[in-house]
Design a protein around this ligand. Structure first.
Ligand code: NDP
Ligand code: BG6
Length: 497
């Protein structure tokens, strides 16, 4: 395992894409600027787009300026970072690319001392992973170099259904040892998501109420105001269920629902999350409509400017039935959670960017303040994952005045106020973990398979039944009207973040 000052080379496939632009490069830069990136390092970027190394570095400078948490303190510091960036154009389906990558890596490794540690990163549409892994195997690049370690990070969605995820696992197993493989889900690297386990298991007061006796329902929302931007081609093969629900939202559900692990180590944490996946009630293929709903955005507004509907986005088929919104109602059939509904929803071009987990508790069994008009809101605990990261507990309090009136007040922990500044980006933490060889915050193969198995009836219903409902919603709204009816069937309503 490389220590903090051991060298490494990161090889990014799909380096002209959105992930590299908005997340990977800004995270690498912030790590470097905070002096936490092991050195010496090299970042070898590849994609089909033809451009020179100079042009790539120029684009990365722009992207860091736009998206990085830490900004370059001076051009000199940026230049030192940029000197480690290489761009090797090529098609990941072409064997010749791997020979060129091997030569580039050998040259870089010869020019500096230390072990030849390599980290490959698949940041392309998932349909290309097969080709990349096969070529890494055939070219010999998958094998660790003498004295070094070689690892591979595979972006979500891992496969596109249960069968393809298993096939991908078999292919990875034929090329890499399991300890080399890192299945990334960047939500697990978010500070506020890591805080869920700290909040639950480092405080004695929450665990006693964290069960069906006290919790009435859990709502998990990951709302984006962004549309599909330049990613139409990728998104058409994914959709909201594969892009967000199968990974990010189910991971959040597991962190809320899991039992305490015996320690905060990869094995115990992942074991407990898997038990939740086993406890999730399977979805009945004949009753998908009762537990799953999808939608697609039409034209509307984003931040007060008019925007086109999904079908008019670049790279999207005019008659596309890809969902940009998905909602699920899930039950965790175990002792702790029996009967508590978990509502999950995610969508693009919603009213605002807001990710949160809201836990609504039961009302008091008997209300003694009968004269308070309007009754009292049930207690709720809201974990805000982003933006305005924090945790708020809503309790009832007496409002000032001669009458005994009650109103909700929020006990609010705001990350920015307490710790100052923005929390580090998820990719900063996760890239470091992969470089250092710590898989605790990465997804395990059996978890991923279980997640696909759970959603398979929904995937089938949405892809095979031509008339399966696809509800329209206006860009800039909170999703389709049908989503309100979906939750109202149980007597509930969606929280407005
Ligand atoms: P993009 O579509 O923006 O980028 C994909 C990259 O793959 C581009 O560099 C493109 O480069 C290359 N590519 C696309 N099609 C092909 C093809 N047919 N053959 C060869 N290369 C191709 O996607 P993203 O960067 O958004 O997503 C990539 C992965 O990252 C996905 O698995 C996604 O789930 C994941 N991800 C994305 C996040 C994000 O915020 N964007 C966040 C978390 C995960 P070129 O055309 O130059 O070859
Ligand atoms: C990615 C999805 O996994 O997560 C994107 O592919 C989505 O569609 C992104 O925009 C959201 O991540 P974040 O960290 O901005 O909430």
């Amino acid at each position: 395992m490389p220590s903090a000052d051991e060298p490494f080379a990161l090889i990014i496939f799909g380096a002209s894409g959105d992930l590299t632009r908005r997340k990977l490069m800004p995270a690498l830069w912030s790590l470097y600027a905070a002096r936490t990136l092991p050195e010496p390092f090299a970042i070898v970027a590849t994609a089909r787009t033809e451009m020179s190394g100079e042009e790539f570095r120029r684009r990365m400078r722009e992207t860091v300026g736009e998206f990085a948490r830490l900004q370059p303190p001076s051009e000199g510091v940026w230049e030192r970072f940029a000197a480690a960036l290489r761009y090797v154009p090529g098609d990941p389906a072409d064997a010749g690319l791997y020979a060129r990558l091997a030569r580039t890596l050998e040259t870089l490794e010869r020019a500096r001392a230390g072990p030849p540690n390599r980290l490959f990163y698949c940041a392309t549409p998932p349909s290309l992973y097969d080709d990349i892994i096969a070529h890494l195997g055939a070219s010999g690049l998958a094998a660790p170099r003498p004295g070094g370690v070689t690892r591979i990070v595979v972006e979500k969605p891992f496969g596109r259904d249960d069968a393809s995820a298993r096939a991908l696992d078999r292919q990875l197993a034929a090329t890499f040892h399991e300890e080399q493989v890192y299945r990334i889900d960047h939500y697990l690297g978010k500070e506020t998501v890591q805080n869920i386990l700290v909040f639950r298991f480092a405080n004695g007061i929450f665990e006693p109420v964290w069960n069906r006796n006290h919790v009435a329902e859990v709502q998990i929302t990951v709302a984006e105001s962004l549309g599909v931007e330049t990613r139409g081609a990728y998104y058409e093969e994914a959709g909201a269920l594969r892009d967000m629900m199968q990974n990010h939202l189910l991971q959040l559900l597991c962190l809320i629902a899991m039992e305490p692990p015996v320690s905060f180590d990869a094995g115990p944490v992942r074991d407990e999350k898997n038990k939740v996946m086993h406890a999730l009630r399977p979805i009945d293929a004949a009753r998908v409509e009762e537990v799953a709903l999808r939608g697609q955005y039409g034209p509307g507004f984003a931040e007060a400017r008019p925007v086109v509907g999904y079908r008019d986005e670049k790279g999207v088929a005019p008659g596309s039935r890809t969902e940009t919104y998905a909602a699920l109602r899930l039950l965790v059939d175990n002792w702790r959670w029996a009967g508590v509904p978990f509502y999950l929803r995610t969508g693009k071009r919603l009213a605002k960017r807001a990710s949160e987990i809201a836990i609504r508790f039961h009302r008091t069994p008997h209300m003694i303040f009968r004269r308070s008009p309007g009754g009292v809101e049930a207690n709720s605990l809201v974990i805000r994952i982003q933006p305005d990261e924090g945790i708020a507990l809503t309790v009832a309090a007496k409002t000032p005045g001669p009458d005994l009136r009650l109103g909700p007040v929020r006990l609010d922990f705001r990350y920015g106020e307490v710790f100052g500044g923005e929390p580090p980006e998820a990719y900063e933490r996760l890239l470091l973990d992969a470089i250092h060889g710590d898989p605790t915050l990465y997804a395990r193969a059996d978890w991923v398979e279980k997640a696909w198995q759970l959603l398979q009836p929904v995937l089938d219903a949405w892809s095979e039944a031509p008339g399966a409902p696809l509800c329209a919603y206006e860009a800039g709204s909170w999703g389709p009207a049908e989503a309100d009816r979906f939750i109202a069937r149980d007597g509930g309503s969606w929280r407005k973040p």
